[in-house]
Structure formats: structure tokens, C-alpha cells
Design a protein around this ligand. Structure first.
Ligand SMILES: Cc1cc2nc3c(=O)[nH]c(=O)nc-3n(C[C@H](O)[C@H](O)[C@H](O)COP(=O)(O)OP(=O)(O)OC[C@H]3O[C@@H](n4cnc5c(N)ncnc54)[C@H](O)[C@@H]3O)c2cc1C
Ligand code: SF4
Length: 487
């Protein structure tokens, strides 16, 4: 522990966010740079508890007290070495992880947790700035060929691990950009894309081959893949969005959140979208259905596009401000969460069920909803949804964004052609080694786990790499992620 009384001397001081008025005019990241003395002071707040619950909170098993200690000492190289031993991409998690580790930090029992996520970002960014993060091509090649289908964080983590183990790795991606949701889903104000590009450059320099615009199962038959490669990794994400089957859904002006967010990311990447295809909130009354992270990303984007007003409606009740007694530390708190996008405006409402949309000349202009109550318990023992009598209301709106989550990976094409078994939720079924029901075909990330987080995608990609390496070589020295993570 760097500073025995650090947690008593200093409070939690994360990096500052840029003023709302400024950041609504651009898509740059929300946080300002963090002076070195601030990050070192925050590293010094770590108590180095004898049982570091933060390790268990982190799906990657990041060895947090150890890198906090090195940050406090100002030894960025050592901190980076420790961090990279468990996490391939700390520059992503340091920006967009919801930081379950901080919810498990012992300090958070009665105080504010250590700023673990920002410390992680700082270590990673300094690693790049100081030239400490360099390509690490393998010293020898095994002669084995591995295909990775899908270039999100899970596929990228698997590819980097397998390449470093000496296998020849090709990553196939159906989009024109590499990165999965990091590239096309997550807005720049959370993750500027140069952060992704510098990592992809490093991976290409390590010898990984990236092949874009290749929809495996459509543009490239899976039989070809199985013939040409010794193992196939399916990291195709959970891309089937939950839709809303209500009258009026067919009206113009109603879009899935991903249609909206991916288009904005493409525009920021320099692509030209014709005015008739452009989905924009400029000057519009916008309603977002879904109170989660995707909804918050739509909210931030709508404000940057110049929306007149934005409503974010959620079917479920408003979470409590404090932990309930049945949700104690160190569990992930099911409390109210707000992202920086919520600071920028918008109206949040809960217990709202959308019943229909109506429009004029085929364009949506009104949402019809009722309020619901969740206070009774259904036959399955879970809260039951009941419509509140006479609670119907209307909202005048011009743009609807459906951000209600994702069901499972797309089954047509890749998954069906491979003939791999699915679990009851429609996700890909895998064993301990992340192998599917088809020998030599592995799966990880959202495609197998269901819609989740970047940190889980990286952790699963690392575990998959270990399973593939063992399958190909009969043994492996690749590390797995911590199996101790609790959430
Ligand atoms: C809008 C949004 C915001 C989010 N924000 C956060 C956040 O702030 N923090 C966080 O931790 N998590 C966030 N998430 C969740 C996180 O992005 C995902 O959990 C994570 O990206 C999953 O990684 P993955 O590699 O499994 O899949 P993905 O990132 O979905 O990547 C899968 C890739 O596979 C490709 N693909 C699919 N089928 C084929 C095929 N047949 N052939 C070739 N390529 C194919 C897809 O085009 C895609 O590029 C967010 C999700 C969304 C939708
Ligand atoms: S990856 Fe996420 S959970 Fe793990 S240490 Fe970083 S912020 Fe915490």
C-alpha cells in the first residue's frame, strides 16, 4: 500500500467533466485530462485490504491494489505491466466500464470507492503516450490457423491472445469497420475512435489479419472456413434487437436505437448519408423507449444533434437511490444510475407502457401510453405488471428510438449454417472451454453470454483463447480471466 492513511487524507476526486454547454456542441469525450498528481493521490486512497473484493468484482480479475500502489509511486511502466497481465484493452474498460470493481471496493461500504476505472484509463493512455505499448508479435508460429468471426471486444481479445500464442489469426467482420459495438455502437463522446484505431494498429503490426465487409455465412460459406482453418471462433455479438409490436410501429420516424447510433458513428467517421436516409433529432421532439445504457447513448446523441426535447421512458419502476437491504455490499448495486448524458438534459419517466403510435401522412406524431404498477407478485414469484386504470396519456413526438435491449445473436446465416446448439434464450451454448456443440468451433462474448458488457466480452475472449489453444496444442500457457468474479 502506497500511502497507509491515503483514504483518510483525500476524498474521491475523479477527472472533471467538460461543461455541459461545451460538450453538447461536439462529440469529443466528456472527461478532461487528469493531472498526474491527482491520479497518484487517488491511487494512494487504495487501502490494499487483505481481501481485495475489487478483484472479485472485476470480471477480468484485474489486480487492482497492485496497480494502484504503482500509480501512487508514479511507476507507470510497472502499473501498466500489472494491468496488461489481465486486460488486453484497459483503454476501453477505463473509459466505458460501469466499474463493478468500484461497487465492491471496501471503501465504498461507508465512503466513496477508489477511482479504479479512471486510474485504469490513465495507466493505459500513458502506456501509449510513453511508447510502452508496442506490438508484441509472437517469437515463433505454430502453423495453426484460427478464424475469428466478429471484431467486437470479445473477438479482438481472443485474436490478440491466440496470435501471441503463435497461431495465425484472421478476423472476419461483416461491417466496413473493425471493432463491433466499440466502433459503430458506442458514441464518440464515450469512446473517441482514435483510441480504438491505435489498438487495431498495434494488433495489425503483431500479424493479425483483418478482413472487413465479409459476412460469414452469407459472403463466405462456413464450410470454406471450416476447411481452411484449424479452429473457428464465433464472436458475432447479440445483434437481434427487441422490437415493439404495437399499432403504428410501421410509421416513419420510428427506429431501432442501433439504426440511429450506427448512422451517427458512420457520419462522424466521414461517411455521407443522403438527406432522405438521415435519422436526426435536430429540432425534433424525441422519445427513447428503454432506460438503459443504449437509451442514454441515444439521449446524448439526440442532444448533440439539437433535439427540441427528449423523453426517456422506461417500463420498469425507478430504482432506489440507496441499496436495498436485500442488495448488500459487495454485490452490484441495483440503484439509480445516471450517465453524463443525463446531466445534459432530457426527461426520464418510469412505469410507462407504450400502447400505440399514431401519425399524420405516415409520419409518427403521437405516442399513446399508460402507467403501470409493479407492486403485486405474479404466479412466478416475480413482480407483476398491472396497468393503472385511467392513466392513459399522449406525448407529441417526431422521432421514436427503440432501445429495449437485444434478444440473441442473429441465427440466420452463420449460426444456422454451422448448426451449433443454442441455449433456451437463443444464445450459443458453450462448454467450460467455450467450445460449441461443433468440435473446433468456439463462441464467446454477447453471442454466448447474451447482451452484456465490454469487460465481460474481453474476459470471455481471453477464456475462449485459452480453450482454443488447448484444443489445438493439447496444452496451453495462456491465462484465463478470474473465475472468482461475482457479477
Ligand atoms: C449502444 C450500446 C452502448 C453500449 N455501451 C456500453 C458501455 O458503455 N459499457 C459497456 O461495458 N458495454 C456497453 N455496451 C455493451 C457492449 O458494447 C457489448 O457487451 C460488447 O460490445 C460485446 O462484445 P462482442 O465482441 O461480444 O460483440 P459486438 O461488439 O457486438 O461485436 C460483434 C461483431 O460481430 C460482427 N458480426 C456478426 N455476425 C457476423 C458475421 N456473420 N460475419 C462477420 N461478422 C459478424 C458484427 O458486425 C460485430 O461487429 C453497449 C452496447 C450498446 C448496444
Ligand atoms: S475492467 Fe471494469 S471492473 Fe475491471 S478494474 Fe477496470 S473498471 Fe473495474
Amino acid at each position: 500500500m502506497g500511502k497507509p492513511d491515503g483514504f483518510m487524507d483525500s476524498g474521491r476526486k475523479p477527472p472533471e467533466r467538460r461543461p455541459v454547454a461545451d460538450r453538447k456542441t461536439d462529440y469529443l469525450e466528456v472527461y478532461r485530462s487528469w493531472p498526474e498528481d491527482h491520479s497518484r493521490e487517488q491511487g494512494g486512497r487504495c487501502m490494499d485490504c487483505s481481501v481485495p473484493f475489487c478483484h472479485m468484482g472485476c470480471p477480468l480479475g484485474n489486480v487492482i491494489p497492485e496497480f494502484n500502489h504503482q500509480v501512487y509511486l508514479g511507476d507507470w511502466a510497472k502499473a501498466l505491466e500489472i494491468l496488461l497481465s489481465t486486460n488486453n484493452f484497459p483503454e476501453f474498460t477505463g473509459r466505458i466500464c460501469p466499474a463493478p470493481c468500484e461497487a465492491s471496493c471496501v471503501l465504498s461500504i461507508n465512503s466513496d470507492p477508489v477511482t479504479i476505472e479512471y486510474i485504469e484509463k490513465e495507466i493505459a493512455d500513458r502506456g501509449f503516450e510513453l511508447g510502452l505499448i508496442k506490438p508484441q508479435p509472437p517469437k515463433y508460429r505454430t502453423g495453426k490457423k484460427v478464424a475469428v468471426v466478429g471484431s467486437g471486444p470479445s473477438g479482438l481479445a481472443a485474436a490478440q491472445q491466440l496470435n501471441r500464442a503463435g497461431h495465425c489469426v484472421t478476423v472476419f467482420e461483416r461491417d466496413e469497420f473493425i471493432g463491433g459495438l466499440l466502433a459503430l455502437g458506442i458514441p464518440d463522446f464515450k469512446l473517441e475512435k482514435h483510441v480504438l484505431r491505435r489498438r487495431l494498429d498495434q494488433m495489425a503490426d503483431e500479424g493479425i489479419i483483418f478482413q472487413t465487409n465479409t459476412n460469414v455465412g452469407v459472403d463466405l460459406a462456413t464450410t470454406e472456413l471450416l476447411k481452411e482453418f484449424d479452429a473457428v471462433c464465433v464472436t458475432c455479438g447479440s445483434t437481434e434487437a427487441r422490437d415493439l409490436e404495437v399499432p403504428g410501429r410501421e410509421l416513419d420516424g420510428i427506429h431501432l436505437a442501433m439504426e440511429y447510433l450506427t448512422q451517427q458513428n458512420r457520419v462522424l467517421a466521414g461517411q455521407i448519408v443522403s438527406p432522405e436516409d438521415r435519422i436526426t433529432a435536430e429540432g425534433k421532439r424525441v422519445v427513447i423507449l428503454g432506460g438503459g445504457d443504449t437509451g442514454a447513448d441515444c439521449l446524448g446523441t439526440a442532444h448533440r444533434q439539437g433535439a427540441e426535447v427528449v423523453y426517456q421512458l422506461e417500463l420498469l419502476p425507478e430504482p432506489p437511490d440507496q441499496r436495498d437491504t436485500n442488495n448488500p455490499w459487495p454485490e452490484w448495486p441495483t440503484t439509480m444510475r445516471s450517465s453524463p448524458a443525463h446531466e445534459e438534459g432530457g426527461v426520464r419517466d418510469y412505469n410507462v407502457l407504450t400502447k400505440s403510435f399514431t401519425g399524420i401522412d405516415g409520419i409518427v406524431n403521437e405516442l399513446h401510453a399508460v402507467r403501470v404498477d409493479w407492486s403485486t407478485v405474479g404466479d412466478n414469484g416475480r413482480p407483476a405488471m398491472n396497468e393503472v386504470p385511467d392513466s392513459g396519456f399522449e406525448l407529441k413526438i417526431d422521432l421514436v428510438l427503440l432501445a429495449m435491449g437485444f434478444l440473441h445473436p442473429r441465427h440466420s446465416g452463420l449460426v444456422e449454417e454451422l448448426g451449433i446448439e443454442l441455449d433456451p434464450r437463443g444464445n450459443i451454448k458453450v462448454d467450460q472451454d467455450k467450445m460449441t456443440s461443433v468440435p473446433g468451433v468456439f463462441a464467446a462474448g454477447d453471442a454466448a453470454r447474451g447482451q452484456s458488457l465490454v469487460v465481460w466480452a474481453i474476459a470471455e475472449g481471453r477464456d475462449l483463447a485459452q480453450g482454443v489453444d488447448r484444443y489445438l496444442m493439447g496444452r496451453t500457457s495462456l491465462p484465463s480471466s478470474s473465475q472468482a468474479a461475482t457479477h
